[in-house]
Write a protein that binds this ligand. Structure first.
Ligand code: ADP
Ligand code: X2W
Length: 240
């Protein structure tokens, strides 16, 4: 299985080669699960209702209004849009967050700091049947113990899933060609170097949950993890 995380900024920038590559992976019998973001649109909607976006290391502080906005944006706007884009390219896909359905379950990350933000605790096994050799499209939302929705950073959700489903590969597709140091993309990134880069603030903002997600997946048995803007170019290969 290959898990591909597509950031909100990337959804409308997917190129023809991306769709061709996805199609050929699917034709080769790979099971593909896309976890999509949509953080850009959540922030826009928050602004519309007069709320200021607060993030700590790329994790959105989520109050009760924002969780409703996140559900609407991710499940009813981004997911159907991505499904439509795939269908326009003759790729059979299945939306996994429709009609209140939630394959991800979670707990609060730290309610006093982040509010309605979750960490994934488990994924329903039936997700594999639901995908059924199509391309699965999943939102980064998890159902809490009291059936409340919890907002999960999409990079984190993708790596949790990759670990829980024993995926071979995790691709974190974003709007930069890879991790950069002094404006230059680096081909490889290991754990020790990453810690230094975070300390020096060379890696910051949205790239922080991405590299953390990458290491979490590797530490939990995922073989290959890439941070890239393309399925063809491996971008930055992350290793332990
Ligand atoms: N060292 C770095 N290398 C590349 N990008 C970085 C780095 N540090 C911070 N970033 C920022 O991280 C962004 C990607 O994270 P984010 O905006 O959250 O993307 P996505 O929406 O795809 O999850 C890049 O556009 C860039 O602005
Ligand atoms: C808790 C948390 O931070 N959730 C994210 C979920 C969406 C996301 O991660 O979208 P991108 O991948 O486009 O950034 C958020 O609300 O922005």
């Amino acid at each position: 299985m290959i898990i591909i995380k597509i950031g909100g900024n990337m959804v409308n920038q997917l190129s023809e080669p991306f769709y061709q590559q996805l199609k050929s992976l699917q034709n080769n019998g790979e099971q593909i699960l896309i976890v999509h973001g949509g953080g850009n649109l959540i922030s826009t909607c928050d602004q519309f209702i007069g709320q200021i976006t607060h993030k700590i290391n790329g994790i959105r502080i989520t109050n009760k209004s924002t969780i409703k906005i996140s559900e609407l944006v991710l499940n009813q706007i981004v997911q159907p849009h991505l499904n439509e884009l795939l269908s326009q390219h003759d790729i059979q896909s299945v939306m996994l967050n429709q009609n209140g359905q939630s394959f991800l379950h979670g707990d609060y990350l730290n309610q006093s700091i982040y509010g309605e933000v979750g960490q994934v605790t488990h994924v329903e096994n039936s997700i594999k049947q639901a995908i059924d050799h199509k391309v699965g499209i999943l939102s980064p939302l998890a159902m809490g113990n009291h059936h409340q929705m919890l907002n999960v950073n999409a990079d984190t959700a993708a790596s949790d899933l990759a670990a829980l489903l024993h995926a071979d590969q995790l691709v974190l597709l974003t709007d930069v060609c890879g991790v950069k140091v002094h404006q230059q993309m680096i081909n490889h990134l290991n754990y020790k170097y990453t810690k230094q880069l975070i300390q020096k603030q060379e890696i910051k903002n949205g790239m922080v949950p991405k590299v953390k997600a990458a290491f979490y997946a590797l530490q939990h048995g995922v073989h290959n993890v890439f941070i890239t803007n393309s399925l063809k170019n491996i971008g930055t290969k992350v290793t332990l």
